[in-house]
Every structure is written in C-alpha cells, then in structure tokens.
Design a protein around this ligand. Structure first.
Ligand code: FAD
Length: 494
C-alpha cells in the first residue's frame, strides 16, 4: 500500500488526509500540537470554553463534502444551525442587525431610497456573476503549470472578473451611502486583507454571507475539527500528536521521500504539507536554493503577509443577553483604522469583532455566565521585533471601554472572572504562522488564483501543499477545498 505523510492536522491537512485514506493510501498525519484543527482550536478552562480561531460558518455545503464524499451522513458527525440575524454591526454607535432573510435585509437599503436599493441589487447581481466565473474557473480548479492559466479560455474568464479595482471601489460604484458601504466592506478582513486595496473579487465574501446565510456548529467550531479527526480515524488513518516534523526529506533527484520528525524518520511516497507554506519553505526544506524553484527562501521573506489578530477570551459571570452571536464594532474612521493596521500602527479607535456563543449554546459557560471572544485586527510581525505588550494593554483597555460605553455592556469589567489572550506571537509559535500572519499569505492580486502557491510543488516531486497560504486561499471552506484539490493532485501522480 502506498504511504502518504501529512505535516499538520489543520483543516487543510485533515481534509486531504481523509480523501487520500479513503482512496486507498495509508496516510499518517504528524501534528506538533496535541489536538486536531490547527487554528480551529479550543480553550477549556475554569468552566469556560472558547473557540479560539474561526467562528463564522459560511458555505456549509463545503463543510459537508469530506463526509458526503466518503459515504457517510455529516449529521452523524456535526450539527449545523442557521443564524438569524447573522451579525449586529455598530457604526457610529448605531446598531444594525443584518438579517439572513433577504427581504428584511433589503429593507435596510430601501429605507435609504430607491437608488440605494437598486445599487444593492446591482451589487449582488454583479458580484454573483463574478463568483460563478471564479468558482468554475479558479476556485475549484488547481493549477500545475503555465498552460493551466495562460490559455485563451482562462484568460478571458480572468479578464471578465475585472478584479483590478479594490473591493471598496467596486462596492462604491453601486452603493453611495457611506454607512451602507461600510456594512458591506468589512468582510474582506475575514481573510486578512483590507477592502481598500484588496482585489474586488473578495466582495464575494459579503455576497455569500448575504445570499447563503451564516451558520453555527452546535457545541462550537472545534466540533468540526473533532468530526474530521473521527472520520479520518474511522477510515484507518493514523495521527501522531505532539510530533513535530523537523524536515521534509528531499533526495538528490529532488523527490520528497518522507518526513523527519521528533519521533524519527517516516518514509512515504508523497508528502502533503499543511504547515503554513512560507514557514514550510523557510524551515522544513533543506536543499540548495536553486532547486527550490520559484519560491526560494529569499523570495518567501519578500512576499506580502495578511494581518494578524489580538484576541481576548473573557469568562464573564454575567449573561449579556443583548449581545448577539456575532457583533462588529466599526471604527469611526474605518479606512484610517485599516490603513493603520497595514502600516504597523496600533489603532487608537479600533474596529473589532465579538463572538458570544453563550447566547445560543449553553455548553460554553456555566449558567447565566458567558464566554466572550473579542478579535481585534492588528499588524503582523513582519518588520517588527516583537509584540509590544504595553501598547497591547492600552488597546485592550480601549476596547473594553468601548464595549462598556458604546455597546451597552456597562459593567463588563467588573464581571470578568477569567481572561486569556492570543497575540501575533501566539500564532507564530503555536501554529508556525510566519510573522504571526493569521491568514497566511495576503490574497493580493498577485498572490491570488494562479499566482498563489500551487497545491503541487513546481520542482520537488511528490511534495504537495494544502492550507490557507496556497491555492485557493484562507477561510475554512476554502481551506477544505484546498485539501480536496491537493488530494486530487496526489492521486493523479501516484
Ligand atoms: C482568529 C481567526 C479567526 C478566523 N475566523 C474565521 C471564520 O470565522 N470563518 C472562516 O471560515 N475562517 C476563519 N479563519 C480562517 C481559518 O481558520 C483558517 O484559514 C484555517 O483554519 C486554516 O487552516 P490550515 O489548515 O491552512 O492551517 P492551520 O490551522 O494553521 O493548520 C496547520 C497545522 O500544522 C501544524 N504544524 C505546523 N508546523 C508543523 C510541524 N513542523 N510539524 C507538525 N505540525 C505542524 C500546526 O500546529 C497546525 O495544526 C480564522 C482564522 C483565525 C486565526
């Protein structure tokens, strides 16, 4: 039986592992940490439970694929629940609940006049048609060589995406009201890119949120990581936790022949790296630069990296019933705030996101208490020495003050009984994300689609990649897709 080694039990690694094991290979996953899921991680302490990374479930049909495609019913592994309203957004202190009922949602735009309503419908139609194009020609297709992209059909479709303007510029063509624009602009931050300079194609994120809705996994996101692990083990796969891969071993013919781990060498016919692509090239492949192809170690450092996150996990001995599942608080100067983050500056008036799962699921906190997650987008560590604790403390105090004064959580600070934080340093060390860039390589125009690192290495045989920094990109459903595409590449070759 042919053997495949997988580096990392993140969502990309586990998905690839399930498809490959199901196909008939003997797959062994090596994970440095003690749990599945990578950034889809969990903290359980003092009676509180926190999802530490992803929280917003979009495109639930993609989550179901690894189960459906291996012949089982996903409902036996995890339970999905629709969320409505899917988000509360605070702009200038005013709360707007975004409904997943399109009729209710449209009334927000209609209330600003027929012109805004028409703009909203045009915006949806325009981005939906681009999404159809991107889905069929770019997202669910993997690229190996230039011929896969530089052909007449694909270039025409790429041109039709008209992705050269920024998300915000494309949005502004249709929507004139600044508050309404902001309602549709912040979602590109979900993949760590600014709406003010990220390619307009990423407007598909708010479009999918508005037209397909947002879902919740009962018991929390970590249930999904546990579900993937369960399916993989059922199929006969093996996972070695607390086992770090120290090298992907490449022979003199430039073929990957296995992995060196803290528990010894493991030989295999193919290696799938789910560890973040830039980290993997920089740290796990020890061959001369000229054999590395396009992505040399020198080039890796010059690439653009996504933002990072500062996340507070607060155990609170009070139930803030007015706080919904997902809340966004936008800075008064949203563009200035995003620019500050891109320029390595701690924001004075931050935009941030709050997740309050206790509002719909009582497994997160003791009764009448809440487990609250506050995510503040911040700069990654590229170009800085280290995380600046004093500035972070000031930022935290600022955020708690805003939550009390603007979001109606008046006595929040008095009720905090448990506290923990993840910083860019945590992402760097806990998950090996280069520069602590939580969403991996930034999806700029020249780091997207064909121009993102491919799922198969261009010069090293039998080496493949699944995860947020490679094609098609970051976000749980997209990373699941990456795992599927990568497994197909391995199967094609083996
Ligand atoms: C704070 C946060 C919020 C997010 N919110 C959302 C959201 O709401 N919705 C959404 O869809 N997406 C969200 N995302 C994005 C999404 O979580 C990620 O894109 C996705 O989980 C990345 O999966 P991955 O498999 O690429 O990588 P990872 O999760 O990073 O997994 C890589 C794995 O490899 C392991 N590893 C690394 N090096 C080694 C080594 N040398 N040896 C062995 N193992 C190794 C790591 O420990 C890790 O387990 C969020 C991400 C973050 C961080």
């Amino acid at each position: 039986m042919k053997k495949v080694s997988v580096v990392g039990a993140g969502i990309g690694g586990l998905t690839a592992a399930i498809y490959l094991q199901n196909y008939g290979y003997q797959v062994e996953v090596f994970e440095k940490n003690s749990r599945p899921g990578g950034k889809m991680d969990i903290i359980e302490e003092n009676g509180f439970k926190f999802d530490t990374g992803p929280t917003i479930v979009m495109m639930p049909e993609i989550y179901q694929n690894p189960f459906k495609d291996t012949g089982v019913d996903y409902k036996d592994y995890f339970k999905l629940q629709r969320v409505n309203p899917f988000m509360d957004v605070y702009i200038d202190g005013v709360r707007t609940a975004l409904s997943s009922d399109l009729v209710d949602l449209a009334s927000i735009f209609e209330s600003q006049g027929e012109y805004e309503m028409e703009g909203f419908l045009n915006y949806l139609a325009d981005i939906y048609s681009k999404y159809r194009n991107a889905k069929d020609n770019f997202i669910y297709k993997s690229f190996r060589g230039p011929k896969d992209f530089y052909n007449f059909k694909t270039l025409i479709q790429a041109y039709k995406l008209k992705t050269f303007s920024s998300s915000f510029e494309a949005l502004s063509k249709h929507i004139k009201n600044p508050q309404l624009r902001n309602l549709l602009a912040f979602q590109t931050l979900y993949i760590g890119i600014s709406p003010f300079n990220g390619p307009s194609i990423y407007n598909i994120i708010p479009m999918i949120e508005l037209t397909s809705g947002v879902w919740f996994i009962q018991g929390g996101m970590f249930q999904y990581a546990a579900a993937l692990e369960k399916r993989f083990l059922e199929l006969g796969g093996v996972i070695r936790y607390d086992t770090e891969v120290t090298e992907i071993v490449v022979d003199t013919d430039n073929s990957a022949i296995g992995v060196q781990t803290t528990a010894g060498f493991h030989e295999s016919q193919a290696v799938v790296a789910n560890s973040d692509f830039p980290y993997t090239v920089e740290n796990l492949i020890n061959i001369p630069e000229k054999r590395l192809g396009k992505y040399t170690k020198k080039r890796i450092k010059q690439l653009d990296y996504s933002m990072s996150c500062y996340i507070l996990y607060l155990g609170v001995n009070k139930n803030f019933s007015e706080l919904g599942l997902h809340t966004i608080r936008m800075s008064e100067d949203f563009e200035g705030n995003v620019q500050a983050i891109e320029n390595g500056i701690f924001p004075d008036d931050p935009s941030f996101y709050i997740y309050n799962p206790s509002t719909i699921d009582n497994s997160f906190a003791p009764s009448d208490q809440s487990a609250i997650y506050v995510l503040i987008p911040v700069s990654n560590l590229k170009g800085t020495e280290s995380w600046e604790t004093a500035k972070a403390d000031h930022l935290k105090a600022n955020v708690l003050e805003i939550m009390e004064n603007e979001l109606g959580m008046t006595d929040l600070k008095d009720h905090i009984v448990y506290e923990r934080a993840f910083t860019p340093e945590t992402f760097k060390h806990r998950y090996n994300s280069l520069f602590g860039a939580t969403f991996g390589l930034k999806p700029t125009l020249f780091q997207s689609n064909y121009f993102r690192p491919h799922n198969k290495h261009s010069t090293i045989q039998n080496l493949y990649f699944a995860g947020a920094s490679v094609h098609p990109g970051a976000g749980v459903p997209i990373v699941i897709t990456s795992g599927q595409l990568t497994a197909n590449e391995v199967i094609k070759d083996l």
